[in-house]
Structure formats: C-alpha cells, structure tokens
Design a protein around this ligand. Structure first.
Ligand SMILES: Cc1cc2nc3c(=O)[nH]c(=O)nc-3n(C[C@H](O)[C@H](O)[C@H](O)COP(=O)(O)O)c2cc1C
Length: 385
C-alpha cells in the first residue's frame, strides 16, 4: 500500500464514515438522504467514492447546487385541509405516483455488483421513472416501471445509421422517452479522478481488485491533465437533435439546459421536455446552481413543454421549492447512488421512500395538498422584491 493510499484509508477511518465501518448499520437507521453518504463512502473503494461524489475543477457548481436552496424561503399557507396529500403528476402522458425521477448515471457497476440492473429493479419496484443508459432490456422484460433511455451527444449520434437503429429499437423496448444529455461532448477536468488515475472503462465494468499492496492495476487510459479538446467526429448540434427526433416516434427530452436561449430553442425544435441540469456540477464549473437557472427557463418555456430539474436535491423542501418555481418534477442521482453503494436495491428504494415521504410531509406543513396547489407564491427569493 503506498503512502497516499494509507493516508486516505486513515482519513476515511476517522472521518464521518468511521461508525459505518464498525458495525452493520440497519436499513432503517438513516433518517435522511445524506445519512447514506458516509455509509456509501465506508463501503466503496476511495477511487469509486471520488467518482461518485466529486465534481469538475474547483467543484463550485457542485457546492452551489446545495447552497442556493438556502436563498429560497417557503411561504406556507395556514388553515388548509391537508388530511390527504396527493403527489401524483402526469408527465408526457404518463401518470407518475410522485414527482421524483432517477437520473442517468454511469459507473453503477463500480458502486455495487451488477449495479445498473439493481437500480433498474429498484426503480421498477418503487414505480419511479428511471432515465437509464443501461439495464433496460431486463426491465423491459419485467414490463414494470416507466423508463427513458439516455443518449449522450457522443457515440450514439455520430453514426446516423446506428442512431436510427437504436431509436427504432427503443420504440419496441418498452421505453417511453429518449433523453439527450447535451453537456458531455467532453469529459470535464475532474481533479479527483485525475489524481486517482481513474480508468474510464472501470465505470462500465466495475473497479478491479487491489493487489496485496493495495494498488489498483495500472490504468490503460487514465483520466489525465492536459487533454486538449479534439475529436475525430464532429460534436453534435441542433441538427443532430432534429435527426434524432425524426428517427423515432418517442418524445425527446433534452437534459443540460441552463439558459432561456437554449430553452426557447428546445421548444422551437420540437423537444418534448427539458431537464435543467449542470450534470450535478460534474461538467462545466461556475455555471451557477440549477435552482437559480430554473426561473429563467420556466419563463422562456411559458408552459409549452414540461420543465424538470436536477442538481443537489436532498430534502423534501428542496423539491417543494423547485415545484414552486415551475418545475413539474425533479431528478436525483447521487442520493440513490449512495443508497445503492450502502445497501444495494433496498438502499435505492429507501432513499426514494425517504424523499417521497419528506416531500409529502413538507407539502402538508406548507398547506399545499397536491401539486396543482403549488405555485410561484409559495416561495420568495431572498434579496428579490
Ligand atoms: C456518478 C455519476 C455518473 C453520472 N453519469 C451521467 C451520465 O452518464 N449521463 C448523464 O446525462 N448524466 C450523468 N450524471 C449526472 C446526473 O444525471 C445528474 O445530472 C446529476 O448528478 C444530478 O445531481 P445530483 O447528483 O446532485 O442529484 C452522473 C452523475 C453522477 C453522480
């Protein structure tokens, strides 16, 4: 074991994860989503943990996604009958039991054995809409939860024939939407992954075992500094988006919108829905919190298509604030990945349940018994009149 590895092990032993390593924590012990984070950290190799938890460059956007919620104040309503709370929402023709979706996330097999399929099963059990980039075949066979397939603007779009074939296959696979992520033309500079010499293919296969010295096998293609951006194929554009739309009857959802200009362009280009996202602070840094970008996107869209949001959602009140600012649903990634790493399928389901019940309770306390009762007046933004 090298010195750096030994030091990291020591830090994780004496850090917040220490209690989790001492004993088996029962599934019902975590009382909030963030209680799963130290449990996940204790279970994971530090390289996998950094990949899960980290962000781009100085991780400013990653931090902003959380702190920006503190600028938004809830204005609760008194004396409303809230003896029953209804979380149901209709999204692109599908009725969902609650407005919380599972975001696409690579690397699940690094966090838990067969993690991709484990999450797919958890989502189906919880009837959560799952945006996946793997594991869909088994899920389609089980015929259960709603699924959108996530395409990156890379590989699958560069070759039109394979893009058309994939789009057609998705139509017959039980998938009800195609989610196009627009912010991954290149992988960003992630200090933690570069220091760890993360091999990108490990995200698909799972991390290899460390040797007796505590070393991972040498990465063939490690994340590194000084990657000047260049690709052999052109990076995708609004034209490729148009081709994708033509190739399939499925609605296309665009993930990664942060400005009113792009929101307007999505509507003009026939996009079915938008996800306001900064990739969880993992791509371009200093783009601001997604909850800050939400109002301008909602204003540009003017109700013509649904707007969703992700980035830093950890509590019911976070979700309530986004719904008040005009989102119809929110998506989460790290929370369910923490649950996955800590407990496998039951952990993913428990995280969803915690968020869902917290949202219902917060709605009751705010005097809004259903999503239709939530409007812009339910919140004010500090410093704005
Ligand atoms: C480990 C990890 C892998 C991710 N992989 C993808 C991906 O393959 N495609 C994608 O569109 N977004 C990916 N994301 C971004 C999420 O879909 C989502 O936008 C973001 O993480 C939401 O913020 P949150 O993690 O704070 O909930 C990934 C996020 C994480 C944490």
């Amino acid at each position: 074991m090298n010195r750096r590895q030994a030091l990291r092990n020591l830090i994780s032993l004496f850090g917040s994860a220490a209690f989790a390593q001492d004993r088996d924590v029962p599934l019902d012990e975590p009382v909030r989503v963030m209680d799963f984070a130290p449990l996940a950290k204790a279970k994971l190799d530090p390289v996998a943990w950094d990949y899960l938890d980290g962000g781009a460059e100085d991780e400013v956007s990653l931090a902003d996604n959380r702190t920006a919620f503190n600028r938004i104040v809830i204005r609760p309503r008194a004396l409303v009958d809230v003896h029953q709370i209804d979380l149901t929402v209709e999204l692109l023709g599908q009725k969902l039991p609650y407005p919380i979706l599972l975001d696409p996330a690579g690397g699940k097999n690094c966090f838990y054995p067969d993690g991709e399929n484990v999450v797919a099963r958890a989502a189906a059990n919880a009837r959560a809409l799952h945006i996946t980039n793997g594991g869909i075949e088994k899920l389609a066979q089980s015929g259960k939860g709603p699924v959108w397939w996530q395409l990156e603007t890379g590989g699958s779009l560069k070759d039109r024939a394979s893009m058309r074939a994939l789009a057609k296959w998705l139509e017959g696979s039980g998938c009800s939407g195609i989610c196009l992520s627009t912010d991954i033309a290149y992988v960003s500079h992630r200090d933690r992954d570069i220091r760890n010499q993360l091999e990108r293919s490990w995200c698909e296969t799972g991390l290899p075992k460390r040797d007796a010295e505590g070393r991972l096998p040498r990465a063939k293609n490690p994340e590194r500094v000084g990657r000047y951006p260049s690709r052999t194929d052109p990076t995708p554009t609004w034209e490729s988006l148009g081709e994708l739309r033509e190739a399939s009857r499925l609605p296309v959802i665009v993930k990664g919108v942060l400005t009113h200009e792009d929101a307007e362009r999505c509507v003009e280009n026939g996009v079915a829905a938008i996800i306001v996202s900064n990739h969880g602070g993992r791509q371009l840094d200093h783009v601001g919190a997604t909850i800050e970008a939400l109002p301008e996107v909602v204003a540009a869209v003017r109700g013509r298509i649904p707007v969703m949001i992700d980035g830093g959602f950890r509590r019911g009140t976070d979700i309530l604030k986004a719904l008040a600012l005009g989102a119809c649903a929110v998506c989460i990634a790290r929370p369910y990945l923490y649950g996955l790493a800590a407990f496998g399928q039951p952990g993913v389901e428990r995280v969803i349940e915690l968020l869902r019940t917290e949202l219902a309770l917060d709605m009751a306390l705010a005097g809004v018994p259903n999503l239709a009762a939530i409007d812009r007046n339910l919140v004010r933004i500090r410093g704005e009149s």
